[in-house]
Ligand binder design. Structure first.
Ligand code: ATP
Ligand code: MG
Length: 137
């Protein structure tokens, strides 16, 4: 059993898609074991995406992530990291497979509705960035 961090991003919370997105995780066997709706501070958004700080889109990405509330969640299940990334689809919705969240809901490569951890090490770091152990049940 594995855990991963999921974020429902501002473009999706703004369009009231939170429930539809969570339903897709649950339908595919992922369980929401922690969840909160928060508005990221600049420091929180910059820290979360620090790995991208040299990229040309970093400033825009941080502004976008702070623009509206997000829902941060821990998803648990068999191969949860890979399963979540399959449910999300490719980063750019133009390249995303049919039936994925990004294909169906994303606006563009930046406003792509969801985040999911990409490996066990980043999942552990990202979960700890938002949740303490006793908040995950
Ligand atoms: P995430 O890390 O959010 O799950 P990802 O792993 O599919 O997405 P990354 O390459 O890690 O994609 O990029 C992180 C985020 O930065 C993307 O989800 C998207 O919001 C934004 N982003 C990525 N590439 C671009 C780009 N070319 N232009 C604008 N924003 C981008
Ligand atoms: Mg990523």
């Amino acid at each position: 059993i594995e855990r991963t961090l999921s974020i429902i991003k501002p473009d999706a919370t703004r369009r009231n898609l939170t429930g539809q997105i969570i339903a897709r995780f649950e339908e595919k066997g992922l369980r929401v074991v922690a969840s909160k709706r928060i508005k990221l501070s600049q420091a929180q958004a910059e820290g979360f995406y620090a790995v991208h700080k040299e990229r040309s889109f970093f400033g825009e990405l941080v502004e976008y992530m702070m623009s509206e509330p997000v829902v941060v969640q821990v998803l648990e299940g068999e191969n949860a990291i890979l399963a979540n990334r399959e449910i999300m689809g490719a980063t750019n919705p133009a390249n995303a497979d049919e039936g994925t969240i990004r294909k169906d809901f994303a606006v563009d490569v930046q406003e792509n509705s969801v985040h999911g951890s990409d490996a066990p090490e980043t999942a552990a770091e990202e979960i700890a960035y938002f949740f303490s152990a006793c908040e995950i049940v």
